[in-house]
Write a protein that binds this ligand. Structure first.
Ligand SMILES: Nc1nc2c(ncn2[C@@H]2O[C@H](COP(=O)(O)OP(=O)(O)OP(=O)(O)O)[C@@H](O)[C@H]2O)c(=O)[nH]1
Ligand SMILES: [Mg+2]
Length: 279
């Protein structure tokens, strides 16, 4: 992820006068918090009520890089459509990526089916992208409801949360090492507390501006390096029975990952799919 941090100072290129609307899509299982994230961003409100709604696209303006960046935010739980057509819960990202400049795949961190549905579909997408299809730079993963404590590690949800963490790490390794230029971006959010909600949409805007070639850095070569990086933004540590689970990859867990690498040689690229956690 390209971030406007101390390492890379980004700005919009001087010759960019107008920034055309950025049209993005948020996909995710019903109830994962898509509408809540959008309301938090635009209206700064959060309602605990759950209304499955067919929301028309909403306009937002992100202030970044001393500019006003217009976003059009679409949302859908498209996999239900696929399910109704006799398919399983996955939604093929190949169908959505070409239509929008960025696709956010959201899931509910406190819901097994939501996590597995999203991650399975992203895993499929990575596999396909390896064969030259798709564009991973247009994909952003969002684990929402980070305000809810982690499940006990021995519970089904706890195991799914651990699986999520492992698979994100695998994706980072895979994408980082890949000859093609892909990103794995992951942000944890809470529409309830507002944590990382602005960051999510700023990141979305940044990714699109970068993909459009509208950004420049004080050191272009740093951007080039950054583009190869996979980056992960974890939320601050949660109160939990298992405090190790969502620790930053900068911490001890990173070393653990290295150990794994050594013992298994090259990172294993076939993602372990999980199906029907209740079964
Ligand atoms: N604790 C917590 N609850 C949340 C969060 N985000 C959403 N919720 C709740 O989860 C429920 C579903 O949220 P929505 O935003 O309606 O979910 P959605 O993805 O738009 O659902 P559909 O429109 O049915 O696809 C609501 O009761 C929200 O209040 C969050 O970050 N934390
Ligand atoms: Mg909704």
């Amino acid at each position: 992820m390209l971030r406007n941090d101390h390492k890379v100072k980004l700005r919009i290129k001087d010759d960019v006068e107008n920034i055309p609307d950025i049209s993005i899509m948020i996909l995710g299982t019903p109830g994962c918090g898509k509408s809540s994230l959008v309301s938090k961003l635009i209206d700064d409100t959060f309602s605990g009520d759950y209304v499955t709604d067919d929301i028309p696209p909403r306009n937002a303006v992100i202030e970044a890089y001393q500019r006003q960046i217009p976003l059009i935010i679409n949302q859908t739980y498209t996999h239900q459509t696929y399910q109704a057509q006799g398919n399983d819960l996955d939604y093929p990202l190949e169908e959505w990526i070409p239509i929008y400049e960025l696709v956010i795949v959201a899931f509910d961190l406190s819901n097994e089916l939501s996590i597995t549905t999203a991650i399975n579909s992203v895993s499929d997408f990575i596999e396909n992208a390896k064969n030259g299809r798709g564009d991973f730079k247009k994909l952003l993963l969002v684990g929402n409801k980070v305000d809810i404590d982690l499940a006990p590690p021995d519970s089904k949800l706890g195991q799914t949360q651990a699986w999520l963490k492992d698979i994100l790490q695998k994706m980072r390794e895979e994408v980082g090492a890949a000859p093609y230029n892909m990103h794995v971006n992951y942000i944890e959010t809470s529409a309830k507390t507002g944590e990382n909600v602005n960051l999510l949409f700023e990141t979305a805007a940044t990714m699109v501006l970068a993909n459009r070639g509208m950004l420049i850095s004080n050191r272009e070569e740093v951007i080039k390096e950054k583009e190869k990086d996979a980056d992960v933004v974890y939320a601050r540590k949660r109160k939990t029975a298992n405090t190790a689970l969502f620790k930053s990859a900068e911490g001890k867990d990173k070393d653990k990952g290295k150990e794994k690498d050594k013992s298994h040689g090259k990172a294993d690229v076939s993602y372990q799919r999980r199906r029907d956690p209740k079964g």
